[in-house]
Ligand binder design. Structure first.
Ligand code: IMP
Length: 194
C-alpha cells in the first residue's frame, strides 16, 4: 500500500479519488488540519496542481497529491477554464456558477455548446521531485440542469460517451469510469506502480 497525503479538502473530489485509487493499492491520507490551504495563483491547471502538491509535500514530509480541474467551453473561447471555481465571483456557489454558465450560453445552439473537462493531477515528493498527468472528458453544456448526483457543473455537462444523460444522472461508479478525474487517477496509479 502506498500512502499519499491529499491536498483537497473538497469531500466530493476526495470521495471520487479514494474510490479509484484505494482498490489500486494507493491510500489517501487527509490533509492535516494545521496545514493551510494554498491559493490557486497560477494561470494553468498544472501550475496550480503542482503548487498545491509541493506545498503539502514540504509541510508534511510525505508524498502529496493535488488536483485542479476546469471546464472549457467552445462558445466562450475556453472560459471558465482555470477560473471555473470562481466563475460567478469570489466565493460563488456551485449553483451560482451553473446559473452564470447557462446565462452566458442562452441562445447558443448545440454545436457551439461543445465543452471539455480537464483535470490535472500532480504528485510531489518531499525531495522536490514531481510529475503530473491529465484526464480529459469531451461533451457539451445542456440547456438546463438535470440530475442530482456529483457536484459542481455535473448537472449541465453531457458527456459524448453517454449522450442521453448529464454527469449528475450517472452513478458515482459510472462517472469515475469515464470522467476526466477518473482517467487522470488511473494514469497516476500507473505511474506510481512503475
Ligand atoms: P477546482 O479544481 O476545485 O478548482 O474546481 C474548479 C471548478 O470546477 C469548481 O467549481 C468545481 O466545482 C468544478 N468541478 C471540478 N471537478 C468537477 C467535476 O468532476 N464535475 C463538475 N464540476 C467540477
Amino acid at each position: 500500500m502506498t500512502n499519499i497525503v491529499l491536498a483537497t479538502a473538497n469531500a466530493h473530489k476526495a470521495e471520487e479519488m479514494r474510490a479509484v485509487l484505494e482498490p489500486l493499492g494507493i491510500h489517501l491520507l487527509a490533509r492535516p488540519d494545521d496545514v493551510a490551504e494554498v491559493d490557486e495563483t497560477e494561470s494553468t491547471l498544472e501550475g496550480n496542481a503542482l503548487l498545491k502538491a509541493h506545498a503539502l509535500a514540504r509541510a508534511t514530509g510525505t508524498p502529496a497529491i493535488a488536483d485542479d480541474t476546469g471546464l472549457f467551453v467552445d462558445a466562450l473561447d475556453g472560459a471558465p477554464g482555470v477560473y471555473s471555481a470562481r466563475y460567478a465571483g469570489e466565493g460563488a456557489s456551485y449553483d451560482d456558477n451553473v446559473e452564470k454558465l447557462l446565462g452566458e450560453l442562452r441562445g447558443v445552439a448545440r454545436p457551439a455548446r461543445g465543452a471539455r473537462f480537464r483535470t490535472v493531477i500532480a504528485v510531489a515528493y518531499p525531495t522536490g521531485e514531481d510529475f503530473w498527468v491529465e484526464g480529459v472528458l469531451e461533451g457539451s453544456v445542456a440547456e438546463q440542469r438535470r440530475g442530482t448526483s456529483g457536484f459542481g457543473y455535473d448537472p449541465v455537462f453531457i458527456p459524448d460517451e453517454a449522450p442521453e444523460r448529464t454527469l449528475a444522472e450517472l452513478s458515482a461508479a459510472e462517472k469515475n469510469q469515464l470522467s476526466h478525474r477518473g482517467r487522470a487517477l488511473r494514469f497516476v496509479a500507473n505511474r506510481l506502480a512503475k
